[in-house]
Design a protein around this ligand. Structure first.
Ligand SMILES: [Cu+2]
Length: 210
């Protein structure tokens, strides 16, 4: 499978969720089974078990390995998300109360994020005033925009279409309206837009996977 930010986040989510389901149903199953099997009528004198080294070792070692495997997924996913591949398409993201703007290598600026499909896109994020949160759920990206420093994120623009961008840090009166769109366009449509073509509208780009 091609390595993407979507894959990195979703894989660790599914992995942890799978164990959560397994443990939940496993525990409920044995809870019900033992309640019936050892009910007072059938087992009038409670059985007490003292000391079982094998069990003690098992219930220390198994959960430790399980937790470490989740940590492994989390760490590799985090490292992947923190390191944009060389040669990424660079976009500067500026935030302020209460809007986003995007600046491209040639100096062009736009209120929406527009990128060509298939590229690795590296975002350099800053803020003019207060802390904002750059959130692009369609590509599983969330990074704070902090005044006085630059933060980074990247994603591989594998899916064509329009994706929501939101602010996730409460930043004042119009925080909830601090939204923008990411448009992932085919290369030719991207170049038309870059050369001064009309700004893409929601629904323009062919939808894929969303
Ligand atoms: Cu904000």
């Amino acid at each position: 499978m091609e390595a993407t930010t979507i894959g990195a986040v979703d894989e660790s989510l599914y992995y942890i969720a799978a164990f959560a389901f397994l443990l939940f149903f496993g525990i409920v199953f044995f809870l019900v089974y033992f309640s019936v099997r050892y009910r007072a009528k059938r087992n009038p004198v409670p059985t007490e078990i003292h000391g079982n080294n094998l069990l003690e070792v098992l219930w220390i070692v198994l959960p430790t390995l399980l937790a470490l495997s989740m940590f492994f997924y989390g760490l590799t996913g985090y490292n992947f998300l923190r390191h944009a591949p060389a040669g990424s398409f660079e976009v500067a993201v500026h935030s302020r109360q209460w809007s986003w703007s995007f600046e491209y290598p040639d100096g062009k600026k736009s209120p929406q994020l527009v990128v060509p499909v298939g590229r690795d896109v590296r975002l350099t994020i800053d803020s003019d005033d207060v802390i904002h949160g750059f959130y692009l759920p369609g590509y599983r990206i969330q990074v704070d925009a902090v005044p006085g420093m630059k933060t980074y994120a990247w994603f591989k623009a594998t899916r064509l279409g329009a994706f929501d961008i939101l602010c996730t840090v409460y930043c004042g009166t119009n925080h909830s309206e601090m939204m923008a769109k990411l448009f992932v366009l085919p290369q030719d449509k991207y170049e038309t837009w870059l050369a001064g073509g009309a700004a893409p509208k929601d629904g323009d780009a062919p939808m894929d996977g969303e």
